[in-house]
Design a protein around this ligand. Structure first.
Ligand code: GLU
Length: 501
């Protein structure tokens, strides 16, 4: 291989650092290290309303904790910076000018109302949604019309002009080991520059991957549909695209094999750290996902011993042809086992060190909520693990006695109340951001669930924390995260529903 291998991850700093980012980072890092190349961290903060520096900082901390160290990035610089997209606007503007000049992109002045009319028309005529060249008014504006609109300061976006001809667009996926193809008339004229002057993901990602000399794009399969658009952009610019690898998404081990998400499971790397998982166990676990280290001629015993490996071992014998395209199941029981096997190898000193580190980290994790634990610490019979275990247990063991404290007529009534509450919460979940807002919400909807305030509070307390004795309810819900509260309401309702009275 003549050119230097350059791999990258490009997380968006919105919310908690996701375990999926670590998974993708691990495979990029292994690839880069195996071929003596570079692993780059780029921060994709083009969504200004959702990106925060706090989230960016957590990405750095979490990846460093796992030992997934990068060679170039916003924090350490490098020859192709800046590595934070919000600092590269002039670069995107310069590049987009080339596309406008060559007619491979155009300004679109359509108003939200016009776009809405188009959407309705497509719906009525059973046509696929999207802004396709053949429907576009703006694609055919002449110079004078464009100038008039620009002079009148009509807000506009810039769209890529997908060739309007019969034909196909395709790229080779190095994990599926096949050409993936789509008809050109199925790809719509995507927005590449927003009206606020920020690029969309498509433009920023292509421009940066090219200018940062990325040779291998290894990312999740959810980006396959974007890759077609990227390939079109590479050709519009006249650039050689990198090699594409789309990894299977981490999935829940349930029968539907749904993609793992905060709606079902803890996915934040900060959570894994606070819950006491060791970085080497998590790396080992992620390294087993969708990747086989076995050789067919190995005995079962040899295969088992092959399952335990360090990051360095994984790098040393990394072989990209062994990555499977099927989405691997994220099996918490397996992770538990691995964590246990690493912990059990610790010396006494190592173990105390681990406990110490964990206690110290919990302080950062709980942040503003630390006071809640400190006050409970004053009661020696129940320590911090009693009060915090609801956060770190994967599934709670409910007890009938606890629910009886809600004094419902029967278990079935309790189940109904929780189901109604869950429905109401799902509707407003994105609007509730603090313990105070959760409190107001519970009080507001209490009547609609058919419960008294006391009943609803106790049912929720037990459903969310697994005990009738817990940290204050609203804070507990905020700490756990409302999506996981929804899951717990469901689990508690089915527990109550299964009780025979
Ligand atoms: N910002 C995207 C993400 O959050 C990057 C996707 C890509 O790797 O191109 O995953």
């Amino acid at each position: 291989m003549s050119e230097e291998v350059r791999c990258r991850i490009a997380p968006s700093p919105t919310g908690e650092p996701h375990v999926g980012t670590a998974y993708i980072a691990l495979f990029n890092l292994c690839y880069a290290r195996k071929y003596k190349g570079k692993f780059i961290l780029r921060i994709e903060d083009t969504d200004q309303s959702r990106s925060t520096r706090e989230s960016e900082e957590s990405i750095y901390q979490s990846l460093s904790w796992l030992g997934l160290n990068w060679d170039e990035g916003p924090d350490i610089g490098g020859p192709f910076g800046p590595y934070r997209q919000s600092e590269r606007l002039s670069i995107y503007h310069e590049q987009i000018k080339k596309l406008l000049d060559s007619g491979r992109a155009y300004r679109c002045f359509c108003t939200p109302q016009e776009l809405d009319t188009l959407r309705k028309y497509q719906e009525q005529n059973k046509r696929p949604p999207g802004y396709f060249g053949k429907d576009s008014k703006c694609r055919h504006l002449n110079e004078t019309q464009i100038k008039e609109r620009l002079d009148a300061k009509i807000p506009h976006v810039i769209r890529m002009a997908v060739p309007m001809e019969e034909g196909k667009i395709s790229f080779y996926d190095h994990i599926r080991k096949e050409e993936i193809t789509r008809r050109l008339n199925e790809v719509d004229d995507q927005i590449i520059l927003k009206s606020d002057g920020f690029p969309t993901y498509h433009l920023a990602s292509v421009v940066d991957d090219h200018l940062m000399k990325i040779t291998h794009v290894i990312r999740g399969e959810e980006w396959i549909n974007s890759t077609y658009k990227h390939v079109l952009l590479y050709s519009a610019f006249g650039w050689e695209p990198p090699k594409f690898f789309h990894l299977g998404l981490l999935r829940n081990p349930d029968s539907n094999r749904t993609k793992i998400s905060k709606r079902k499971n803890p996915v934040s790397l900060r959570w894994f750290r606070a819950a006491g998982y060791l970085p080497q166990a998590l790396i080992n676990f992620l390294g087993l996902m969708g990747y086989s280290r076995y050789r067919d001629d190995m005995s079962d015993e040899e295969k088992k011993s092959c399952e335990i490996f360090s990051l360095q071992t994984m790098i040393n014998d990394f072989n990209e042809t062994r990555i499977s395209p099927t989405g691997p199941a994220f099996d918490f029981a397996k992770l538990e086992d691995l964590n246990f096997s690493y912990l059990s190898q610790f010396t006494d000193d190592g173990f105390y060190q681990y406990l110490n580190d964990r206690q110290t980290y919990l302080k950062t994790y709980f942040g503003a909520y630390n006071r809640l634990f400190i006050e409970r610490y004053l009661r020696p019979e129940k320590d911090v693990s009693f009060w915090s275990s609801f956060l770190f247990k994967h599934a709670l063991q409910y007890k009938r006695d606890d629910f009886e404290k809600a004094e419902c007529d029967n278990a079935k009534q309790g189940a109904e109340i929780l189901k109604k509450f869950k429905k109401l919460l799902s509707r407003e979940i994105e609007t509730l951001h603090s313990a105070d807002e959760i409190k107001d919400f519970i009080n507001k909807v209490c009547g609609e669930t058919g419960a008294t305030s006391k009943q609803l509070h106790m049912l929720l307390r037990v459903a969310v924390t697994g005990s009738s004795e817990s940290l204050p309810l609203y804070q507990s819900m905020a700490l756990l995260g409302l999506y996981r509260c929804l899951v717990r309401c469901d689990e508690a309702a089915s527990f109550l529903g299964s009780i025979r009275e």
